[in-house]
Ligand binder design. Structure first.
Ligand code: SAM
Length: 280
């Protein structure tokens, strides 16, 4: 399997479309200012601005999308070539914290979006910095925040399945970025407290679980690749893990891959979405 992150992010779009919490999504629509200046951090290949345009959430806007992987920004440039000209798009390959240093005290936005992103961060340390980029009264939409459940069906070996899930989540909790802890496998539920501690107001919150399964015509769109990428990610995260028997784990991965080929694998990830205001 070719490990292609931009393709994974593109394949994830239909999964996200089904998952996004409808109540929180409609609250975003209702609260969206006219002609907003929007900033999206960790924007990947640009599927969120595409979705906002497709669903007519924004007709006239400026939209700044940043991501620290230049291959994602290159894919976004191609993908978004046909966005209406009334949406003035600015795409930049830059690290979030460098961007914050450049913009702090100089520029602020009406709406801040972080989609499938905050769970990679040290959230309590990052939120105040992110909010410094929002105008007083600005809106934030933080969607697809992972929240501690990875379920794969059918079971292979329930004890081993549970151990792999637990160790996989532990790798998220112990992740270091530039030597600093960043990541939380229960970001979703913890955001209630982190947002309150950052003085933000929550307007709406709700579950946004990914649920991927094969229907009568197999997996939809490119979701077979999405699942292959998820299984590969679990493999890479745990391949050298001392608590796992190498041969048994490799066999487990082989069986998961075979379940995908047979259209049997069901994948569920529990996540939460938030819409709120930054009082400033
Ligand atoms: C799970 S992906 C989600 C991407 C996109 N929001 C989506 O859902 O399709 C997380 C993204 O955050 C980006 N990222 C991670 N750390 C970053 C940082 N420090 N600054 C900017 N982007 C970052 C990654 O390159 C990746 O594209």
């Amino acid at each position: 399997m070719i490990y292609d992150f931009p393709r994974y992010l593109a394949a994830k779009k239909t999964v996200d479309d089904r998952a996004l919490n409808a109540h929180v999504w409609q609250a975003l629509r209702q609260n969206m200012p006219a002609r907003p200046h929007i900033l999206e951090v960790g924007a990947g290949v640009g599927t969120m601005v595409e979705r906002l345009d497709e669903q007519q959430f924004i007709s006239s806007a400026t939209y700044t999308a940043i991501d620290n992987q230049s291959e994602n920004i290159a894919a976004a440039l191609q993908r978004l070539a046909h966005l209406p000209q009334t949406i003035q798009l600015s795409l930049e390959a830059v690290d979030l914290f460098d961007f914050i240093r450049q913009k702090q005290g100089k520029q602020q936005w009406d709406v801040l979006i972080a989609h499938a992103f905050l769970d990679l961060m040290d959230i309590p340390a990052t939120l105040p910095q992110l909010f410094s980029l929002l105008k007083p009264g600005g809106l934030f939409y933080f969607s697809i925040n992972f929240d501690g459940v990875t379920a794969l069906e059918p079971a292979i070996n329930p004890a081993l399945d549970a151990q792999i899930e637990q160790l996989y989540h532990q790798t998220m909790d112990e992740r270091l970025t530039n030597g600093k802890p960043s990541g939380d496998s229960r970001s979703g539920r913890h955001l209630f407290t982190h947002l309150r501690q950052a003085s933000a107001t929550i307007l709406a919150a709700g579950g946004s679980d990914w649920v991927v399964f094969a229907g009568e015509n197999g997996y939809v769109a490119d979701e077979k690749y999405f699942l292959q990428f998820i299984v590969e990610t679990i493999y890479r995260a745990l391949a050298e893990h001392p608590a796992l028997d190498t041969v048994q784990f490799a066999d487990w991965i082989t069986q998961r891959r075979a379940q995908i080929e047979a259209g049997e694998l069901v994948y569920i990830a529990h996540q939460l979405d938030f819409l709120g205001r930054w009082p400033g």
